[in-house]
Write a protein that binds this ligand. Sequence first.
Ligand code: NAP
Length: 520
Amino acid sequence: MKLESYVVGRWVAGEGEGRPFVDPTTGEELGRIDATGIDGAAVLDHARSVGGPALAGLSFAERGAILKVIADTLTANRDAYGEIARKNSGNTVRDAAVDIDGGIATLKVYARLGQSLGEAKTIVEPGTEQLSRAGTFAARHIWTSRPGAALQINAFNFPSWGMWEKVATALLAGVPSVAKPASATAWLSYQMVADVIAAGVVPDGALQIVCGGGQSLVSALTPFDSLAFTGSAATGATLRADAAEAQPRITIEADSINATILGPDAGPDSEIFALAVREVVGALSVKAGQLCTNIRRVLVPAAHAEAFRDAVAAKVAALTVGNPADQSVRVGPLVDLGQRQAALDGIEALSREAAVVAGGGIPNAVVGADPETGAFVAPTLLYCADPAAARAVHEIEVFGPCATVMPYESVSDAVALAARGSGSLALSLFSDDAAVKRTAVLGVAPYHGRVMSVDGEVGRDHTGHSIVMPQCVHGGPGRAGGGEELGGARGLRLHMQRTAVQGGPGFLGELAADAVEATL
Ligand code: NAP
């Protein structure tokens, strides 16, 4: 099997031999991916000249209706996608659901948003600014769809969710998408787009997919295009430099060393302590730890640090690692042997300043697979006794099932340690103390895109530290890339232009009458 690209209205095979993609459980080659010879400039031009005008002619409600049909099409094929995710991403059923159902749910949220925005094609912000004493000159702020293409480059760990969360916001904003999935796991993205194109609901040029290298796309960007990138900080920096001359709008979702904080009030016998243990164990098992938002640092009050470490270590030791086809398996392989080596190297670097208390390498026992040829890493917990002096634990993202517990003395110390991540996507706080919650949340907020507070009122009724909800913004400052996606209507900002229109109140009223009032 060789994955083709859907560009300029047809499926096209690359002209090269292609790069293999594998089953990470066995190492077996599943197929090849290649985009050699595909002209990025022509792809983007097709989006701008054909897809853009087609979408611009539709109302928000009509675009929302398209998103609903995409979601329904994907739902109808869900089982087949789960099978691809198992084979190509090493996903357990639960892992696959996070990616596949996460993509479908996000499409549905944006479909409903489209319906609620109704028959308008532009957005007007509430409020008129009076600019002259007589009141005959005023301003209103309107949002219109940008005329460019949305290039969307995704990471390997979310071939479904990563693609659809970007397509959903662009399509609702009236902007055509060019999706470029990561080569290692593009099979799922390819199959989903193939099913959606076959359903015949997306206007020509509104959705294209390039399976293979994306360099010719980045170099063909122009000022009214956008680039939404998800992946490593290093690639993000390269793409920013590559696109610097054209200056498209860019949003970058990069890696981050996210933290969770256990409040000093949460002793070992408390419900909050148990909830935090559960969350950290989840971080070491779901998708084999390959989530950008995942907990990497666990900040625990010094008095409870060893009890917390031991409670997590006991549960981690009981996690079954192996072939995701086996229903007893909780932790599948990483995406390939290269990622396994990178994770093992990262654990080695962390272990120079933190003690390994569980796992720490290739697991001894693997269910239904060979631990050498499969890309398995044992769920690994480390303990860093002096996190203020340590560096690697705040700087190295081990993109696998790995987290480090570290003690803190005061809440302000915990906040300072969390900030050592230099800007992160998500932080969770487990505490029932009102003063702790306020101090910690306001203290860490400037360093994070999302903060989740779990207390007695919330209990288990939360969506999880790592799960990105389409209603909330996703992205983080600093090292995390400085980007922002999703957040309901806020996600439209990347693809629309806000303009202050100054004029007579009569004319401004006419403009506003054709638009839907909303705050982005
Ligand atoms: P990566 O190596 O940075 O690759 C990401 C994407 O960039 C892939 O599609 C890759 O294509 C493409 N790419 C690389 N160089 C390119 C170039 N010169 N021009 C155009 N495209 C280029 O990241 P990854 O290994 O796939 O993903 C793992 C990383 O992503 C982790 O660090 C994780 O934290 C981060 N991540 C962040 C988020 C978030 O929302 N913040 C979400 C998921 C993952 P090829 O695959 O074809 O090389």
